[in-house]
Write a protein that binds this ligand. Structure first.
Ligand code: PLP
Length: 424
């Protein structure tokens, strides 16, 4: 697979290089030179998730990785299901939260970990990342147990929920977690300082598990196929998919699936009050405002960093951006939606609820709608319980970790200490 840097198309890399490097020159995003048209979609929709995903990723990545290697990567990464649940007559929820950290990030994160392990060459790798809660869990679980890859995760002591902390600070093995006596910004600054230290970078093979990495997006393509595969055959003709969007990686993956030939009529980009894209699609003006905090905090992004990939796909396919649906919900509307969904018997969380409501408002009678549920309701336990007035039982994955002792180290906001720790 060859990729080019959208900002500097003359910079071309292989899949392995793109996985190792993450970003191109000037922070440019890598983009596949060719996205093949698959001519066996009906057959693909008949086979199970893992087998189908091996074929899809094989077609995308090509011969750069031996088939047996890629097949094993997919088998190791996709160890859980993505069920499609009927919510109303013509509306379905694609539940992407049945992985170890109960969020859609498990698909991309786990595949990226496998990809990095496969293409890293000789020598050590240290993944260093800062987290304000959720990313740490996805990274820790994705890389847990991989040989010759050490993971160090920094988080602000006392500033993440006890449950979030238990989910990734109880693993041990190749995962070290450090509670920093400072806030999240300080954790991020420490990570940045480590990456600026050329000697350290070289000695321990520093790498970030950056969400911009192309391997994550390719993995996410697979669950769009899984959604359509689970639809009754008579409902597969006029499918509309609504994607709760922040950085727009998830929507990019859906558009790649459509480019490959998956029959999706159109997509809807659903956001919270950070609605740069819905406003842009209506007015043609790119006018990001200051980011505001919302109930759907993982989508509190006003400058979505995957947007250039979305535009590139529309341009290359000769599609018109006016065909991309969009809409936003305020927090008050999100609360109302969560209550209405609960009354209909479906407990959701704020991100999925936004995708549901924006879809419902735009869906025509002849269409079948799918909205993506990107996180388990229990991940947003406090707000969901408060809005709905119910108690949410802990899913098994969370409950298991909740019983285990914390293994974190503690450290002051001091780069010299962190440096010594990393070199240990
Ligand atoms: C629960 C949840 N929903 C939706 C999103 C938005 O996805 P994307 O950033 O790919 O648009 C995120 C991103 O972190 C998320 O964590």
């Amino acid at each position: 697979m060859n990729l080019y840097n959208i900002k500097h198309p003359e910079e071309q890399v292989t899949f392995s290089q793109a996985v190792r490097q993450g970003l191109g020159r000037d922070q440019g995003l890598f983009f596949p030179e060719v996205i093949p048209q698959l001519n066996n979609i009906d057959e693909l929709l008949e086979v199970p998730l893992v087998e189908r995903s091996q074929k899809i990723l094989g077609a995308l990545i090509g011969e750069e990785l031996p088939k047996a290697t890629l097949d094993e990567m997919v088998r190791n990464a996709f160890t859980f299901t993505a069920p499609l649940e009927k919510v109303e007559d013509n509306i379905y929820a694609l539940e992407l939260f049945h992985g170890p950290t109960l969020a859609f990030k498990d698909f991309g994160g786990r595949f990226m970990a496998q990809a990095l392990a496969a293409v890293r060459g000789d020598g050590k790798i240290t993944i260093l990342t800062a987290t304000s809660g959720d990313t740490g869990a996805a990274v820790a679980h994705a890389f847990y147990g991989l040989e010759n890859i050490n993971v160090v995760i920094l988080y602000p002591k006392g500033k993440i929920s006890p449950l979030q902390e238990k989910l990734f600070c109880t693993l041990g093995g190749n995962i070290r977690t450090v509670a920093i006596n400072a806030d999240f910004d300080a954790c991020q600054a420490l990570v940045k300082q480590a990456f600026d230290d050329a000697e350290l970078r070289q000695t321990i093979g520093l790498n970030s598990a950056n969400s911009i990495n192309i391997s994550r997006l390719l993995a996410q393509v697979c669950y769009y196929f899984e959604a359509v595969a689970q639809l009754p055959k008579e409902k597969r003709d006029n499918v509309v998919v609504s994607v709760p969007s922040g950085n727009f990686g998830n929507l990019t993956a859906g558009l790649i699936a459509k480019t490959l030939g998956l029959p999706i009529k159109r997509f809807v980009a659903s956001t919270n009050a950070n609605d740069t894209v819905p406003r842009y699609l209506k007015s043609g003006n790119w006018d990001p405002k200051t980011t505001v905090a919302t109930l759907s905090n993982a989508m509190d992004v006003s400058r979505p960093n995957n947007w250039p990939r979305v535009e590139e796909l529309f341009k290359r396919n000769g599609w018109n951006l006016t065909d991309l649906g969009s809409g936003m919900l305020t927090d008050a509307q999100t609360e109302e939606t969560l209550k209405a969904m609960n009354a209909e018997g479906y407990v959701c969380e704020p991100h999925g609820a936004i995708a549901y409501q924006v879809l419902k408002a735009q869906l025509k009678a002849s269409e079948t709608g799918i909205f993506l549920c990107t996180a388990h309701p229990a991940k947003f336990k406090e707000s969901v319980e408060c809005i709905l007035g119910i108690q949410l039982p802990l899913p098994e994955a969370l409950d298991k970790h909740n019983q285990l002792p914390l293994l974190s180290d503690e450290m002051d906001n001091d780069f010299a200490q962190l440096r010594a720790y990393l070199l240990k």
